[in-house]
Design a binder for this molecule. Structure first.
Ligand SMILES: *Cc1c(COP(=O)(O)O)cnc(C)c1O
Length: 386
């Protein structure tokens, strides 16, 4: 099976992890801060807070922004469930904004309309999670303008987008958002096995996320309610979690980070090749924003079902049977039973549903060979023209 995504682990990665195993610290040592500093410098942001997953990063980002019961978080229905669940973890309610039919990202026009209604009804969201689907940045300038107009905080869920750029700058620089989150799950662009990071330019938010990552406990006298009892002393000043990243993960991340640009460049050359090889088939290739450079975590095509004699499901199954590990990103979150039970109806977000009926993620990973890609294209041609 040619997978839709997979990690690349080099000897340098293995050596970096083995070094940590022989060192004094498996957790809470020097590698995590080194990884944070290196990543922050790479994307051009002041602070990075590394954690055990992007899901945890989204949670502490929401907490740091003060999201809580009675508040609302909005995101795109076409995302992984974690982009929405972080709001529920904080006791807030979650709602969605339909996608743009071309970019598949949260649509700024739909957002504006929904914000105007929400303002009238007195239920504006506190936080918007803008998800850069497949690595293609959202229209952040438009989203930021709306966020400023309505007084809303922005988290970028850039789980797919590390190494990508928006208007020339790396995603994660946070000029258009309060916090950006990256994932290092093995299917993503670089990996730490499990892992994630939240980055921000705001000192206070960074300090809050640091607290929430580790039990809400601090050894910083400036954060304590009274003078320290002695050198052993720490205080719990918030209800936090154990969301820490290990030294092993950080060492792997540091090693992987060195190859980030070459990984994304490789993904772009594979994408250009797909664009050419698939040009005559009854499907839509991913749209690329002229102002941006996608991280290209995913290569998503949309089938022109009216021109194909098979159904979406039949095409998907035939590809899997032929050893092509296609996937579908994502089942719209509002249709998940947990969300449907809150009252969402499938047709609440028609563009998301139209997308879901036609989308297929083709294999895309940095170590994919041109022969593997040719095989994917050949099978796809056979399946679509059968
Ligand atoms: C993978 C992913 C997450 C969660 O990442 P983890 O590191 O697995 O917790 C969140 N949002 C999106 C869009 C993702 O793709």
């Amino acid at each position: 099976m040619i997978p839709y995504g997979r990690q690349d682990i080099t000897q340098a990665d293995i050596d970096a992890v083995i070094d940590v195993l022989g060192s004094d610290f498996l957790t809470q040592g020097p590698k995590v801060p080194a990884f944070e500093a290196s990543l922050a410098e790479k994307v051009g942001v002041h602070h990075a807070v590394a954690v055990n997953s992007a899901t945890s990063a989204l949670h502490i980002a929401c907490l740091a922004l003060g999201l809580g019961p009675g508040d609302h978080l909005w995101t795109s229905p076409v995302t992984f469930v974690a982009s929405a669940n972080c709001g529920l973890y904080c006791g807030a309610s979650v709602d969605f904004v339909d996608i743009d039919p071309v970019t598949y990202n949260l649509c700024p026009k739909a957002l504006e309309i929904k914000l105007i209604d929400a303002e009238r009804e007195g239920c504006l969201p506190k936080v918007i999670v803008a998800v850069h689907l497949s690595g293609q940045p959202c229209d952040m300038a438009a989203i930021q303008e709306l966020a400023q107009r309505f007084g809303i905080k922005i988290i970028e869920d850039a789980s797919h987008a590390i190494g990508g750029r928006y208007r020339g700058d790396y995603i994660g620089k946070c000029q258009y958002s309060d916090i950006t989150v990256f994932s290092f799950h093995p299917v993503k662009i670089i990996t730490t096995a499990e892992g994630g990071v939240a980055v921000t330019n705001d000192d206070h938010l960074a300090q809050r996320m640091n607290l929430f990552r580790s039990h809400g406990v601090t050894r910083d006298p400036a954060l304590m309610t009274h003078e320290s009892d002695g050198p052993w002393y720490y205080q719990q000043v918030e209800l936090g979690f154990n969301y820490r990243m290990t030294e092993l993960q950080a060492a792997l991340g540091l090693s992987q980070l060195e190859r980030l640009d070459s990984y994304v460049a490789r993904r772009h050359s594979l994408a250009r090749r797909y664009d050419q090889l698939l040009a005559d088939l009854p499907l839509t290739c991913p749209w690329q924003h002229p102002d941006s450079y996608s991280g290209l975590h995913l290569y998503i095509v949309r089938l022109h079902l009216a021109e194909i004699s098979r159904s979406h499901r039949e095409v998907f199954e035939a590809l899997r049977e032929a050893g092509i590990g296609v996937n579908l990103h994502y089942i719209p979150v509002h249709t998940q039973p947990y969300y449907a039970a809150m009252g969402f109806e499938s047709d609440d977000f028609p563009n998301a549903m139209a997308y879901y009926r036609e989308a297929i993620s083709l294999p895309m990973f940095q170590t994919m060979t041109e022969q593997q890609q040719d095989e994917v294209v050949e099978v796809l041609k056979r399946v679509l023209t059968a």
